[in-house]
Design a binder for this molecule. Sequence first.
Ligand code: ZN
Length: 75
Amino acid sequence: MTIVPRTCERCGGVVPAERVEALPNTRVCVGCSRAMGGEFDVYVVPEQTGKAGSLKKNYGGYTTKKVRKPLRPAE
Ligand SMILES: [Zn+2]
């Protein structure tokens, strides 16, 4: 598999192949990611293993949920 550089969806610049390799889901270049304070918002979500409607607190643990931030054009 060859890693190819991408075009940044925010500023139109080049996303280097190294960044694409490290973060296959990335859509923005390093500069934009930094300007945005990170490309993703990460939330911690408790895993509910109990039956729906059950009041038993039977959490299995926690998972993380990554939400892509909306891309705003660079000023
Ligand atoms: Zn950019």
